[in-house]
Design a protein around this ligand. Structure first.
Ligand code: 8YV
Length: 315
């Protein structure tokens, strides 16, 4: 049987690449110097795209593959896939939900703790000799007992909130409506009112055109000079220019971010700020989770080409 031809948008670990190469003809888009020429050459033969959450598949890439049947995303977020183009042509889309939920929640909570207690600066305080030279490290803010808001109580938001309950935090959330699985947590529909109430504000919302900049100047200023914003979703959920302005002027206390507009490049204004924690989009980045994501991404492709139901379809 001839192996289906797949356009691969970014690299995967060897434990995924080897089985992919065995089952399919993989065309590595990310290594092509001239991407236009590469697409023009292989696009007409491509039946599947293997991509990652943040890389997705643009309308242009999809249009260059007239025989495209399926796009398999290594990641839960599929906002970077042009769904309109897929719907118009009946192209199936799959993602990797559930397997990454708890690791993403863990990193969000870890960022809150590390940032609130100043752990990165504290490490530098020890290594630089400041501890011996200057004495006690400046006092930081407590986490337990304070108010945590979760914007988007889906799978990841729910796991964040469950973890925060273990820190005896007061929890409130916003979503499309109250959730029956949110017992003991307050529902505050309006994202601005939620920020007004909160000390810590977790953004755990699936990104779409409708949620773009849902965390804007009003939310950021309602959170205020003592508040902390934590983003483990997508950069597009936050108005980054408003965030930078507020961090620079102290209208927002601090932020802990795993995602950035235009990543892996990021706005250099972030680098000059002492009140922001910067992480390289690795909330799902554990060996265990990435292996499960790779397996599920491959299982979706295999099922499609074997004519079986897709394990985790989004379209
Ligand atoms: C990435 C993610 O896919 O799940 C998502 O939506 O953004 C991540 O898990 C991961 O960085 C691999 O590229």
């Amino acid at each position: 049987m001839t192996r289906p031809e797949i356009l691969q948008m970014g690299p995967y670990p060897d434990w995924d690449q080897e089985p992919l190469d065995a089952a399919f003809v993989m065309h590595r888009y990310f290594t092509a110097a001239d991407k236009g020429a590469f697409l023009a050459e292989v696009g007409p033969r491509v039946r599947g795209i293997a991509t990652r959450g943040e890389l997705g598949a643009s309308a242009e890439v999809i249009a260059a593959c007239p025989k495209l049947e399926v796009i398999s995303v290594y990641g839960v977020g599929f906002d970077a896939v042009n769904l309109e183009a897929c719907r118009a042509r009946g192209i199936r889309v799959t993602n990797t939900p559930d397997v990454l939920t708890k690791d993403v929640a863990d990193l969000g909570v870890a960022m809150m703790l590390a940032q609130s207690r100043g752990m990165i600066g504290a490490e530098a305080w020890v290594r630089s000799g400041d501890w011996a030279a200057k004495g006690l490290y400046p006092l930081k803010r407590r986490v337990w007992g304070r108010r945590a808001a979760v914007l988007g109580l889906g799978r990841i938001g729910y796991e964040v909130a469950r973890r925060l309950a273990g820190f005896e935090m007061e929890i409130a959330y916003s979503d499309t409506g109250p959730k029956d699985y949110a017992t003991g947590w307050q529902f505050i529909a309006d994202p601005v009112a939620l920020a007004d109430w909160a000390d810590f504000y977790f953004v755990t919302l699936a990104a779409s055109a409708a949620t773009r900049h849902i965390v804007g100047r009003q939310v950021i200023e309602a959170l205020g000079p003592e508040g902390m914003l934590i983003n483990i979703s997508r950069a597009s959920n936050i108005d980054e220019a408003a965030l930078l302005d507020a961090l620079e002027t102290g209208r927002l206390g601090s932020a802990a971010l795993d995602v950035f507009e235009g990543e892996p490049a990021l706005n250099p204004r972030f680098l000059a700020l002492p009140n922001v924690m910067l992480q390289p989009h690795h909330a799902s980045g554990t060996v265990e989770t990435r292996k499960a994501m790779g397996q599920l991404m491959r299982d979706n492709l295999t099922a499609h080409f074997a004519g079986r139901p897709l394990p985790t379809p989004v379209l």
